[in-house]
Design a protein around this ligand. Sequence first.
Ligand SMILES: Cc1ncc(C[n+]2csc(CCOP(=O)(O)OP(=O)(O)O)c2C)c(N)n1
Length: 275
Amino acid sequence: MAFDYATYLRNEKMPTQWCSGCGLGNLMKAIIRAMHENNIAKDDCAVVSGIGCSGRMSSYLDCNTLHTPHGRTLPFATGLKLVQPDKHVFVVSGDGDALAIGGNHFMHTCRRNIDLTLIVANNFTYGLTGGQFSPATPIGSWAPTSPYGSIEQTFDTCTLADTCGATYVARSTVANLHHMTEMLRLGMAHKGMAVIEVITNCHVNYGRKNKHPQAAEMISWIRGNGVDEEMVEVLPMEALEGKFTVGILKQIDQPEYTALWSECVARLSGNGAGD
Ligand SMILES: Cc1ncc(C[n+]2csc(CCOP(=O)(O)OP(=O)(O)O)c2C)c(N)n1
């Protein structure tokens, strides 16, 4: 069925404030496409974002939207989902928002397996504030906060999500719109906590100082470093050095939090325990 991206956008806010060539535009396109393919009406979903370049997603999408404080997307989204469990709640966070200031919320929201779709736009940096290092910045990278090269180990977003209890975990990149849309579509359709990491380019505040100053080149570099999940078993360890696995990394069924919550409320109401 033909459709128009503009229907899902606040067109009066276009053009976006994102830098020319920023991968977040591709991500926004994939989110819209995945909503459309899942037949999710704009009024039936809420988009929650934090502060950052990625945070602007909630300004541009013409859905019910919440632009929340930095790192606090998941508590807001949890509250929203608990009062409106029949609505789809999508969360868009940067790697800083989700893993640094919001790291605690990330762990516990995954643990609860609440029915949210969390999209972590990993551009390896704090894009909005000028490129300070984040928990996803590769070792050795230059940043204003690591002028001699970052010495910190990084978090692997997907391994963390898996370990903490998310029940759908996938990774894609802005270099492959079709694949990214598919990972988002399946995540949105999943009943439970879905975490999709999308590797994206900040060629301005990260790439410029780390050998990827041009958008097209940085996107090609991202494409070249994605290894399909099915190839991981086949390739030698050396070939996987510095690469990121793309595809569905986990998909399981487990009791979902809002369902458990309403069962609990019904049980207590039936007992008169709430009186
Ligand atoms: C409580 C608080 N701390 C710090 C900031 C400053 N701040 C705004 S955005 C941001 C980092 C954004 O990085 P990330 O979450 O990775 O998103 P990106 O801009 O890269 O999409 C920081 C530190 C803030 N707004 N609020």
